[in-house]
Design a protein around this ligand. Structure first.
Ligand code: ZN
Length: 56
């Protein structure tokens, strides 16, 4: 339900915004959101305290 609400917001703001949502594989909470539209990217790190990337 939350995700559909966010899409409505995106459409209201700019029309053709594309949203990528990254969720935790364990608890399914939203870690970060990337929204692309109007030649810009917005990165929302609200749900992220720590990011870990594998080397190489
Ligand atoms: Zn989690």
């Amino acid at each position: 339900m939350l995700q559909s609400e966010m899409k409505v917001d995106g459409n209201a703001i700019g029309g053709l915004l594309r949203e990528i949502v990254v969720r935790c594989p364990d608890c399914d909470s939203v870690l970060l959101r990337i929204v692309h539209g109007r030649g810009r990217y917005w990165v929302d790190l609200t749900g992220t305290r720590c990011l870990e990337f594998a080397e190489g």
